[in-house]
Design a protein around this ligand. Structure first.
Ligand SMILES: O=c1ccn([C@H]2C[C@H](O)[C@@H](COP(=O)(O)OP(=O)(O)OP(=O)(O)O)O2)c(=O)[nH]1
Length: 160
């Protein structure tokens, strides 16, 4: 796993949130689901989503027993030869909020999107910009390069 010194070199876009052994990730927008979706024969039909409105202080209210899609602030570039895993902030778990995440692939460039669930019986308030997860980075021996459907094109860091 990579430490602060290596992370600073590889992830300059996150210089403000680099920790001794990971990178803190901040919530940007939160979305509610508005339609169903499907995954059939590897054909994805993602549910439609609608941005949740926050109040004048940029505070979102998460309803009890409800799942939301959440984007992370900034663009993430994972250099080829490295992979990222995303772990929830324990404060959220202690508050009955789970953050569900998958694997960040070598070569990915784009917006990270997670699922956040209010498992509790009560509303939960979350302000835009709060840290909700930590990325940990590992070196991958002989990795390929991500070229999936969530790759964004304007990869200024590509080749670095
Ligand atoms: O929780 C996560 C984990 C990863 N990613 C980003 C980085 C990752 O490299 C990319 C693709 O993730 P994944 O490989 O899981 O996508 P997929 O469902 O297999 O779709 P595709 O095959 O189109 O890539 O999405 C997220 O946005 N959220």
């Amino acid at each position: 796993m990579l430490g602060e010194e290596e992370l600073r070199k590889l992830f300059p876009e996150y210089e403000d949130t680099i920790q001794p052994s990971g990178i803190d990730l901040k919530v940007d927008k939160i979305y509610e689901q508005t339609t169903g979706g499907s995954l059939i024969d590897n054909q994805k039909n993602l549910p439609e989503i609608k941005e949740l409105k926050c109040d004048e202080n940029e505070i979102y209210t998460l309803k009890p027993k409800t799942a939301y899609s959440v984007t992370i602030m900034g663009k993430t570039h994972i250099p080829v030869g490295y992979t990222m895993l995303y772990l929830p902030r324990s404060t959220l778990l202690r508050s009955f909020i789970s953050v569900h995440t998958a694997v960040g692939d070598p070569g990915f460039y784009g917006t990270l999107q997670f699922m956040i669930v209010n498992n509790g019986e009560y509303e939960y308030k979350l302000k835009k910009g709060e840290r909700i997860a930590q990325a940990v980075v590992f070196k991958v021996t002989g990795s390929g390069e991500y070229d999936g459907s969530y790759q964004e094109k304007n990869n200024i860091n590509k080749g670095s």
